[in-house]
Design a binder for this molecule. Structure first.
Ligand code: GTP
Ligand code: MG
Length: 176
């Protein structure tokens, strides 16, 4: 069944420095900065998109990857329609954290049907292929086995950013 919704709540999670804020700034504002400024707590952005010829307002929640800023609590996650999990293709540890971020989301958000809740994985910084630490074929295989859609993207070079966020929004609309 598909949702008849005009607003979608999107939560973006992942280790510090993977590029969550940059992905959102690229998608929403068409901007990119090399300077790193850690997100504290959470930030909110919104963007209108057209999906299935309908106007949808995406409510995008950027979170802090740094542990000392993590105290968002369950009320923050409540009502989420989709969760985007981000890693950095040059950082193996950030890839290995994806599963714990997914668990964190499920335990905090408490979706009624966790098996069916839509997640999307973004492997960011694909412009840095020469510094790649996460094997591409292996990560796609891993994602396939877990039934997680995975897209490698680059906030810096604007590679597959629209595609990734639109795919996540579609998943949110499709699943109850
Ligand atoms: P926290 O807020 O601490 O959780 O980090 P974050 O995940 O929001 O990371 P942020 O977006 O601030 O980016 C961290 C660093 O990575 C910055 O210096 C960015 O310029 C850089 N960065 C982000 N995206 C890309 C990308 O696609 N390619 C490259 N080369 N660098 C990127
Ligand atoms: Mg940030």
């Amino acid at each position: 069944m598909s949702k008849n919704r005009s607003q979608l709540k999107v939560i973006v999670l992942g280790d510090s420095g993977v590029g969550k804020t940059c992905l959102l700034n690229r998608f929403v504002r068409c901007e990119f900065s090399q300077n790193y400024r850690a997100t504290i707590g959470a930030d909110f952005l919104s963007k209108e998109v057209i999906l299935n010829s309908k106007h949808i307002s995406l409510q995008l929640w950027d979170t802090a990857g740094q542990e000392r800023f993590q105290s968002l609590g369950a009320s923050f996650y409540r009502g989420a329609d989709v969760c985007i999990l981000v890693y950095d293709i040059t950082c193996q540890k950030s890839f290995e954290s994806i599963i714990s971020w997914k668990q964190e989301f499920i335990s905090q958000c408490g979706p009624s049907n966790p098996e069916n809740f839509p997640f999307m994985v973004i492997g960011n910084k694909c412009d840095l292929d020469n510094q790649r630490a996460v094997n591409q074929a292996k990560s796609y295989q891993w994602a396939k086995e877990l039934n997680l859609p995975l897209i490698e993207a680059s906030a810096k070079d604007d590679i597959r950013i629209q595609e990734a966020f639109l795919e996540a929004s579609k998943l949110a609309l499709e699943r109850e």
